[in-house]
Ligand binder design. Structure first.
Ligand SMILES: Nc1ncnc2c1ncn2[C@@H]1O[C@H](COP(=O)(O)OP(=O)(O)OP(=O)(O)O)[C@@H](O)[C@H]1O
Ligand SMILES: [Mg+2]
Length: 245
């Protein structure tokens, strides 16, 4: 059974349909990268799947269970199963790294503080910040803040992690440390969707690459298939363009 199964998904912003006929099946532990031109619908797909934008049509199953996006309680429950990290990390400035990671599990979920703290410390250690638990965001570099945001996203023990251009706002020298963190998580078997312009990273880390254009999935395949032997004209054009840069 796929961990996430998307069938014939459609979504719109007002009158503008931005996703259409999206079909995608993802097994547990897969690393799926979404690539495609600006405006092709990559972020929108992640928004729909996390319940930030209700789909108009189609179905999504998580671990075999149909997700009811019209049901607020179901969408709230979904937020602990699918976590999303954006380009803008939006940490609470008045809280330490540790407090940022602990806030949702303790305040919203009411999980026992001691266990949450232990888990938060292990997460911050995993992202290479075990020595900066008490640091406030303004005492951390952009890359470090983004790694706190990734640890925070993992604090609710999600099944699936979405990373939407998490390195796009960072200075080039900070990109590597965040990619190293993502690479380490990928090897731990967490299912991930990654939107990234770092094509060599996408190629190395992905089990599956999905090329989107104009709100459609144009082509899906292994990194080798997509980058070395694309089947569709639009994929070839896109890949040709990005590999020239
Ligand atoms: N909040 C919004 N309201 C209206 N239209 C939107 C909104 N967000 C995105 N869109 C439109 O939806 C389409 C898909 O946008 P989306 O952000 O998903 O693209 P993307 O593939 O993530 O692009 P990028 O690579 O630039 O991040 C675009 O045409 C965009 O203009
Ligand atoms: Mg986007």
């Amino acid at each position: 059974m796929p961990q996430l199964e998307i069938v014939d998904l459609r979504a719109s912003y007002g009158p503008h349909t931005v996703l259409e006929r999206i079909n995608l099946s993802v097994e547990k532990g897969e690393i799926v990268s979404l690539i495609g031109p600006s405006g092709s619908g990559k972020s929108t797909l992640l928004r729909v799947l996390t319940g930030l934008l209700p789909p108009e049509h189609g179905t999504v199953r998580l671990n075999g269970k149909l997700v009811n996006y019209a049901d607020k309680a179901a969408v709230r429950a979904l937020r602990s199963e699918i976590a999303i990290v954006f380009q803008q990390y939006n940490l609470f400035q008045n809280m330490t790294a540790l407090e940022n990671v602990m806030i949702t599990p303790t305040r919203i979920k009411g999980w026992p503080r001691e266990q949450v703290q232990e888990h938060a410390i292990s997460l911050l250690t995993r992202v290479g910040l075990g020595h900066r638990l008490k640091a406030y965001p303004d005492e951390l570099s952009g890359g470090q803040q983004q790694r706190v945001a990734i640890a925070r996203a993992l604090a609710l023990k999600p099944n699936v992690l979405f990373l939407d251009e998490v390195t796009a706002a960072l200075d080039p020298e900070l990109v590597t440390e965040v990619l190293d963190t993502v690479r380490a998580l990928a090897s731990e078997g967490i299912t991930m969707f990654i939107v990234s312009h770092e094509m060599s990273f996408v190629r190395e880390v992905s089990s599956k690459v999905v090329f989107m254009a104009g709100g459609h999935v144009i082509e899906t395949g292994s990194p080798q298939q997509l980058f070395d032997a694309p089947q569709e004209v639009r994929t070839r054009e896109f890949v040709g363009k990005i590999l020239r840069h």
